[in-house]
Design a protein around this ligand. Structure first.
Ligand code: HDE
Length: 681
């Protein structure tokens, strides 16, 4: 185990250590422990003869290799995992008896897996898609899994429709494409014919679907859960993760290019930030509604296509999660981790949200096929840090060696153990909700308004965000071949906002809708990304220079950028040392070929006296792309002349000057702002 893995005295980390294996400085052996003397040549009858069956090492090695893959997750296949801890700020004792939510300052280990939803495991990182945000809290009372997304609502209201929805978004069955994209006929056909999706589709068309970083997105439990306190009283609760760096996105043109230039952009970004010690942090928030207030809203709290506006039900911040350790082995940890919304601890319970209810079945079922049997809870990443005992036995891959004869309850030969625990002893008791009703397959009347919150979302967007949503609808529908589907979707958008639907109609070659319109005027400012946190921290800055740059200016800027916790990368025509006019040497870590501007948050052009036309041409490309994606640009020295060729020096977020403190603070301010939307493009 590496030294840094030992540091934080984290109980999950200590447990995982028993399973870690360091192969360095060891002899190569078979799985039976036999030392191997030859690993390059199979056993043959003569050096030019046939391979012999007797070569047990070859057979074992090849057989194991042949079985290295397991089925990828049907959804959320492409994931990134990391370890960390959750620390409580404020006791939730009035609302829940969950032990890890009692003592301010108490910490529990966590494992988080982020994911895209539709794409397969080898797809790219920034499709237009929902992101999974699943957290396993390893508490002393057992594992609590908060299996959420980066959007607070969902496409459907009832779990029975999930297979249909997923079939529609996945590559079309007769062609096998498109990969990791909703921009195709079956997805939009599903949307138009299942209009409960209206609200979620607005989120999917918004900037939230193309996050700049996994570290810069919110997380939501989506469903209404329950908190149960010591007295047995229930409150409805919704969970939120709020990123300390704020919520930031890419723009669509940029995202598409990033996917080609670096398909691992998001995973590399978070991996590196953890390695650098810039640990990603989120605060945990809860919205709490007393059970008596269940019917006080103009929507049903059980409906997963509805959110609770933060202005109506404030988000109480109760703790912080820090991700501070990358996995040692992606397969063993990120791939084999098994989440389940039904993994709860005393004090947390479910609501009757029909989507949640169905999920409570699906997650165990899916692990049985994916992880090959019922013992996946014994895999190191899935084990709780508290003891677990029951009468479940045997099955594929069983690791526990249960001793004794009794594997049934009740028994007398083992003194009726393992014994059930009373509530006082920490036994889980389901909340005794009173339920009455006929068995029926129907949508509740209270679930029938599909458009009000979709309109509220639209009303809450800034002009820029609205423009992005319109562009996203136009892009996606332009990829739909069947004109009738395009028309149907546009007709549906009309019930969210008539103007929006008209604009989209004009862009995608269908009739303007006749019916539609909405009288919803409500908005929720908390939904707009414009109102988020802005910091320069961990922003990636491309620093473009050539031989003969101004040493003093470049040095001041590079040092200043680092001091402000940004990550500068020097880019030049070729890798290696680049000399300034007075002899300073800086290392170019990327070339124009590998350091594409879409991979950076901002650009600083220093140029250089000895630059040639090829350098200027490429620096100009960097400027144009960065400008087009609304990102900050700074220039000093010869860089200013290159900038002037583009006629953008007076545009917002473009900073020029000498490489002094003034320039630096102007540039850092521009970097903090992240995007400068009011440019003349
Ligand atoms: Fe999932 N979902 N889901 N889901 N989900 C899975 O479980 C399912 C839903 C979410 O990183 C699967 O282990 C149904 C909502 C995340 O390992 C599967 C329904 C939300 C992850 C499954 C939903 C989620 C999954 C596939 C509709 C946000 C990745 C692999 C009723 C609250 C977890 C697996 C990870 C994964 C079923 C809807 C979040 C098939 C039936 C709503 C973050 O069991």
């Amino acid at each position: 185990m590496s030294e840094e893995n030992k540091v934080n005295g984290n109980s999950k980390n200590e447990q995982l250590d028993q399973f870690r294996s360091d192969e360095r400085d060891k002899h190569l052996t078979t799985n039976q422990g036999l030392k191997v003397s030859e690993d390059e040549f199979s056993l043959k009858a003569g050096s030019r003869g046939p391979t012999l069956m007797e070569d047990f090492h070859f057979r074992e090695k090849m057989t194991h290799f042949d079985h290295e893959r397991i089925p990828e997750r049907i959804v959320h296949a492409r994931g990134y995992g990391a370890h960390g801890e959750f620390e409580l700020y404020e006791s939730m004792q009035p609302y829940t008896k969950a032990k890890f939510l009692q003592e301010p300052g108490a910490k529990v280990p966590v494992f988080v897996r982020f994911s895209t939803v539709a794409g397969s495991k080898g797809s790219f990182d920034i499709p237009r898609d929902v992101r999974g945000f699943a957290t396993k809290f390893y508490t002393e009372e057992g594992n609590f899994d908060l299996v959420g997304n980066n959007m607070p609502v969902f496409f459907i209201q009832d779990a029975i429709k999930f297979p249909d929805f997923v079939h529609a978004v996945k590559p079309e069955p007769d062609t096998g494409y498109p990969q990791a994209a909703s921009a195709h006929d079956t997805f939009w056909d599903f949307i138009a014919n299942n209009q409960e999706s209206a609200h979620m589709v607005m989120w999917l068309m918004s900037d939230r679907a193309i996050p700049r970083s996994l570290r810069m997105m919110e997380g939501f439990g989506v469903h209404t859960f329950r908190f149960i306190n010591e007295e047995g009283k229930s409150h409805f609760v919704k969970f939120h993760w709020k990123p300390k760096l704020g919520v930031h996105s890419t723009v669509w043109d940029e995202a598409q290019k990033v996917n080609g230039k670096n398909p691992d952009f998001n995973r590399q970004d978070i991996h590196e930030s953890i390695e650098n010690g810039d640990y990603p942090e989120w605060e945990l928030g809860v919205q709490i509604v007393p059970e008596e207030d269940e019917f006080k809203f103009d929507f049903d709290v059980l409906d997963p296509t509805k959110l609770w506006p933060e202005e109506d039900v404030p988000v109480k911040i109760i703790g912080k999660m820090t991700l501070n350790r990358n996995v040692d082995n992606v397969f063993a940890e990120t791939e084999q981790v098994a989440f389940h919304p039904g993994s709860v601890v005393p004090g947390i319970d479910f609501s009757n949200d029909p989507l949640l209810q169905g999920r409570l079945f699906s997650y165990t079922d899916t692990q049985l096929i994916r992880l090959g049997g019922p013992n996946f809870h014994e895999l190191p990443i899935n084990r709780p840090v508290c003891p677990f005992h029951n009468n479940q036995r045997d099955g594929y891959g069983r690791q526990t060696i249960n001793i004794g004869k009794a594997s049934y309850h009740n028994n007398s030969i083992a003194g009726n153990s393992p014994s059930t625990a009373t509530v006082e002893e920490g036994g889980y008791e389901h909340y005794q909700e009173k339920v009455e009703g006929r068995k029926i397959q129907a949508r509740s009347e209270s679930f029938k308004d599909h458009f009000s919150q979709a309109t509220m979302f639209w009303n809450s967007m800034s002009e820029v965000e609205k423009a992005h949503i319109e562009e996203a609808f136009s892009f996606e529908l332009s990829m739909v071949n069947d004109k009738a589907i395009r028309q149907q979707v546009v007709d549906m958008i009309a019930y969210i906002d008539l103007e929006l639907s008209k604009e989209v109609a004009a862009n995608v070659g269908v009739q303007e809708p006749i019916d539609g319109g909405s009288d919803v005027t409500k908005s929720s400012p908390a939904l707009s990304q414009m109102n988020t946190v802005h910091k320069p921290d961990t922003m990636k800055i491309a620093v473009v220079l050539h031989e003969g740059y101004n040493d003093t200016e470049v040095q001041t800027v590079l040092e200043g950028l680092k001091k402000n916790n940004t990550y500068p990368t020097v880019i030049s025509s070729k890798l290696g040392r680049v000399k300034g006019q007075n002899g300073l040497e800086v290392e170019a870590e990327a070339t124009f070929d590998t350091g594409d501007p879409v991979l950076f948050d901002a650009l600083y052009v220093a140029g250089g006296k000895d630059s040639d036309s090829d350098f200027t041409k490429k620096a100009n490309y960097m400027i144009k792309e960065t400008f087009k994606h609304f990102k900050p640009i700074g220039a000093t020295g010869e860089g200013i002349a290159i900038l002037h060729e583009n006629d953008i020096a007076d545009e917002p977020g473009v900073v020029t000057g000498k490489g002094t403190d003034d320039f630096l603070s102007g540039f850092i301010n521009a970097v903090s702002a992240h995007r400068h939307w009011n440019r003349n493009l």
